[in-house]
Design a protein around this ligand. Structure first.
Ligand code: FE2
Length: 388
């Protein structure tokens, strides 16, 4: 069983969690600054969530400017725009309100506002010259875990590739204000796909070669919570118990993977996202069962535990049989949740697969995958998912 008994664990972010907690954003923000740049997308703004934030900020005497043009798979061009709004306003604190795209844009804009330069440069250097501003995250989906992670994943438009900006723990948000009520209106497919992203974080953090005891504990609890609530949260959006469990699960999965690592599901999904602009959660959902099936022989003990965390009674089963049941469960979840098939995803062309396979090999997560994989292995997984 893969487990490292020499490890580091960092956790920087203060977490305030609970239904209705968004009301406290003003008084909490005032502890960090007086001029807030709010980074969000138009949907979150139209849903009235940004109004809740601004009302509370005004009540606490915090001035604000809003950048609301964040797109899915957030682009470096959007980061430049957000940083421009923040710099012209003279922001001294940044609030990311939304899913991972808004939170990652907020984090990356922070680097550009304080250090200048561009996303590609900072993704390559991974060492900032100047101190960054405090970032507060208010997630409105249960998925990315960006509210506690140390990086910002941004699409470099000209390269057609996602890059990751980070410098140790410097990009960790100072505060994650987590209010499950904000997720009640998230539509079913977004709930399902972002939730499967969170499940992927937990499963890959648990099985990858960097896994360690503390992140294993976080990841196992996260898998249980997510597997136990994702279908209800998707089918009955207004179920606050299911929404709360999903938010706890995605938070703990984020804490786990930012201190452990991820694996080949993320290598594939980030390359696919850069290539076809496929939503991150959809791409992860598609590849999670195939990669898990490929990996399970490398560590049957851990993959049997994955099955247990997914709710399967593994008593009496061999580790391999239990692992196989876990894979079946992931296929079942995708079916129940209405996750599209790979061949039906917009733009996907199997002629691109050799090129995508090659680029997956150089993705950072590949080195942490529990089973060794090369371009041929990735090509096999892409074809398998395409033919499914
Ligand atoms: Fe992810």
């Amino acid at each position: 069983m893969i487990i490292n008994n020499q490890f580091e664990l960092n956790h920087i972010t203060k977490i305030i969690f609970g239904a209705g907690m968004v009301e406290n954003i003003g008084k909490e923000t005032a502890k960090y600054g007086r001029k807030a740049l709010i980074v969000c997308d138009e949907g979150v703004r139209k849903a009235g969530i940004v109004d809740k934030v601004t009302e509370s900020l005004t009540g606490s005497g915090v001035d604000y400017a809003i950048y609301d043009k964040v797109l899915p798979n957030p682009r470096d061009t959007g980061v430049v725009e957000a940083a421009g709004v923040g710099s012209r306003f003279g922001a001294d604190v940044i609030i990311g309100v939304g899913g991972g795209s808004a939170m990652d844009t907020a984090k990356a804009a922070n680097v550009l506002m304080t250090n200048g330069g561009d996303c590609e440069t900072w993704a390559r250097i991974r060492k900032f010259n100047e101190a960054v501003l405090p970032v507060i995250c208010v997630p409105t989906t249960s998925g990315t875990g960006s509210e506690v992670t140390f990086e910002a994943v941004i699409t470099a438009v000209e390269k057609g590739m996602k890059v990751s900006i980070s410098d140790g723990v410097k990009l960790a948000p100072r505060l994650a204000l987590m209010d499950p009520e904000l997720t009640l209106s998230v539509p079913p497919l977004v709930t399902a796909s972002t939730g499967m992203d969170a499940l992927t974080h937990a499963l890959e953090a648990f099985t990858c070669t960097y896994s360690q005891p503390i992140t294993d504990g976080l990841a196992m609890y996260a898998m249980e919570k997510i597997a136990g609530s994702i279908v209800t949260a998707t089918m009955e959006g207004s179920n606050l118990k299911a929404r709360t469990d999903m938010m706890v699960g995605s938070l703990m999965a984020g804490m786990a993977f930012t201190n452990s690592f991820l694996g080949s599901v993320h290598s594939l999904s980030e390359r696919i996202g850069g290539f076809y602009d496929t939503p991150h959660g959809i791409a992860n959902s598609i590849f999670l069962p195939f990669v898990t099936q490929y990996n399970m022989d490398a560590d049957p003990e851990k993959h049997a535990l994955v099955a247990k965390c997914l709710g399967i009674d593994i008593a009496g089963l061999s580790q391999i049989d239990a692992s196989e049941r876990g894979v079946e469960k992931i296929f079942e979840l995708n079916e129940l949740l209405g996750i599209p098939k790979f061949k039906d995803v917009k733009g996907v062309d199997s002629n691109d697969f050799p090129k995508i396979s090659e680029s997956c090999v150089t993705h950072a997560c590949t080195k942490a995958n529990p089973r060794k994989i090369d371009a041929e292995g990735y090509l096999m997984l892409l074809n398998k998912a395409y033919d499914y």
